[in-house]
Write a protein that binds this ligand. Structure first.
Ligand code: ADP
Ligand code: MG
Length: 546
């Protein structure tokens, strides 16, 4: 179309823009990082297309660079890249609708309320839209890598609508021109922008130029030797690569030569965002081959339960045009998956041993993923079960034990590992189920999370010992020494007739009433006779029916 066509932003984008524009977020400079990172993403995608689409790329000779120019007189900042560009439809889709996961998370957190809006921008980042913190208008000129696609300019002042119009003089890639607000003129000066770029662009794998002068030294951090890299560099890289705003909690930087050549730099973020009820995490460890990005969200590179990981895996053994469809490539990815997962589990075991506090803090946040793995990933189950931690009747509140440590405390007669499910330590301790175990000095693990029952029943055993719910009818404590008889205990016959009377009185509401050796202080307890459904599961089913 030759005449500009006007579009309304999607409602969510309007809401987002309204917040971004009116926020008092002080670190406005992050928009530079967002736009440079988009430019870098676009070039990485183009570089990959150069391999898969060799002869079909428009303006094939353009240098793969990011160029920034400041215009102090016109009060503009321009960021242009020779990346894959966008078609008209892609401009509308990518910049007019909320496809971007960071923005989605932002809005979700917003709707849950509580925090100051400006704070949230700092935590999540709002990608492209952050430009509207400083812009009167934003113009996005773009030409797709697909040959014979016309170029377009997308224009908006962020106030509810945008326009798209065909243009002629735009090469493959994208050029973003920001006309700055009066209070943001600093971003039209070379000195200020240079200072920002020096902080953020160190990890861009392509040359970044400001007013024609080269800014960054191109280097892939993961290929450098560990001893040369500072904590600050690692953290800055994590923030850049994972588009993150937090500090990483753990990091693992390693290389291997057999069975595959691998350089990997992996991070565990500070928080488990799934815990806040946010969207299920998607794979985010990027796959590279000799510094060329192959896939930023490879699905099968890591097992599902490691979806909280961030970072980079680079392997020289991969073909650049790797495809998920061919058997051979799939086998390679699978092999990578095995090596990395094994190495990461080993790393966690070392952490647990050598930096126990840090491990326990990690576990408190991300333990649920290890449980998922222990229950579902048969390849790694045995190793993962060793990493699980529980409070128990013998630990202090807030302190945990491993199954291995539990086993070392088991008496010679104890054959099984006991656990109890409950919402909290206090609730489990107040219930009648613990008494018989306490009286016999049998340790019971405490499980507070709703997945625990499922996890325990899938894990089934540890070190040859069955995991048994302490409230199950099958539990036989008779073998363990009985607590001494007390005065006033019912005789066996009296207990039997009391049980019969109870059964007659309660009728169908109970399956069976029996005298039991499991109680010490409480008069009675209900045990679960159902092989298929525990009280917890029944409660869950009931909740779902509502
Ligand atoms: P994200 O980068 O996390 O996807 P953004 O809000 O930063 O989210 O960008 C939204 C989308 O717009 C990107 O996913 C991309 O498809 C598109 N986009 C943004 N900048 C560019 C660019 N310079 N070149 C090509 N596409 C871009
Ligand atoms: Mg982005």
């Amino acid at each position: 179309t030759a005449t500009p066509q006007k579009f309304e932003f999607q409602a969510e984008i309007k809401q987002l823009l309204d917040i971004v524009i009116h926020s008092l977020y002080t670190e406005k400079e992050i928009f530079v990082r967002e736009l440079v990172s988009n430019a870098s993403d676009a070039i990485e995608k183009l570089r990959h297309l150069q391999i898969t689409e060799k002869d079909n790329i428009a303006d094939a000779d353009r240098a793969l660079e990011v160029n920034l120019t400041t215009d102090d007189t016109a009060k503009t900042l321009t960021i242009s890249d020779a990346g894959l560009g966008m078609t008209r439809a892609e401009l509308i889709e990518n910049l007019g609708t909320i496809a971007h996961s960071g923005s989605k998370a932002f809005l979700k957190a917003l709707s849950e309320g509580g925090q100051k809006n400006s704070n949230l921008i700092g935590q999540f980042g709002v990608g492209f839209y952050s430009a509207f913190m400083v812009a009167k208008t934003v113009k996005v000129y773009s030409r797709s890598w697909k040959k014979d696609e016309p170029a377009h300019v997308w224009t908006s002042d962020g106030s509810g609508s945008y326009e798209v119009e065909e243009v002629s003089d735009q090469e493959r890639g994208t050029k973003i021109v920001i006309e700055l607000k009066d209070d943001a003129h600093e971003f039209a000066t070379e000195g200020r922008v240079k200072e920002i770029l020096e902080r953020y662009s160190a990890f861009v794998s392509f040359p970044v130029n400001l007013n024609g002068k080269h800014i960054n030294t191109v280097q892939a951090l993961w290929l450098r030797s560990k001893s040369e890299i500072t904590d600050e560099e690692y953290t800055a890289f994590y923030k850049f690569q994972a588009h993150a705003y937090d500090e990483p909690r753990l990091r693992l930087h390693f290389s291997a030569d057999a069975p595959l050549q691998i350089n990997a730099l992996l991070f565990v973020p500070k928080d488990n965002t799934e815990k806040f009820g946010m969207a299920r995490l998607e794979p985010a460890v990027s796959l590279y081959c000799r510094k060329v990005l192959i896939d930023s969200k490879p699905k099968d590179l890591l097992p599902e339960w490691l979806r909280f990981m961030k970072g980079v895996v680079d392997s020289e053994d991969l073909p650049l045009n790797i495809s998920r469809e061919t058997m051979q490539d799939r086998a390679l990815i699978e092999k990578l998956n095995k090596v990395i997962t094994k190495r990461f589990i080993k790393f966690l075991s070392e952490e647990a041993k050598n930096r126990t506090d840090a491990y326990n803090e990690f576990y408190a946040e991300f333990g649920i993923f290890l449980k998922e793995g222990a229950a579902l990933d048969y390849t790694h189950k045995d190793e993962l079960v060793k990493l699980l931690r529980f409070e128990s009747s013998l630990t202090e509140k807030g302190k945990t034990t491993s199954l291995a440590d539990y086993v070392t405390r088991m008496g010679a007669d104890q054959k099984e590992i006991y656990f109890l499910l409950g919402p909290s330590r206090a609730a489990i301790e107040a219930g009648p189920y613990l008494e018989g175990f306490k009286a016999r000095n049998l340790e019971v693990l405490f499980c507070y999370e709703s997945v625990d029952e499922y996890v325990m029943s899938n894990v089934r055993e540890f070190d040859g010992k069955k995991l048994i719910a302490a409230d199950h009818a099958d539990v036989k404590l008779a073998d363990a020494p009985k607590p001494p008889a007390a005065e006033g205990d019912l005789s066996e016959d009296d207990a039997k007739s009391l049980a019969e009377w109870l059964k007659t009185t309660l009728g169908d509401r109970v399956e069976e009433v029996k005298a039991s050796d499991r109680l010490v202080d409480s008069p009675a307890l209900a045990v679960n006779a159902d092989k298929f459904m525990s009280p917890q599961m029944r409660r869950m089913m009931k909740a779902m029916n509502k």
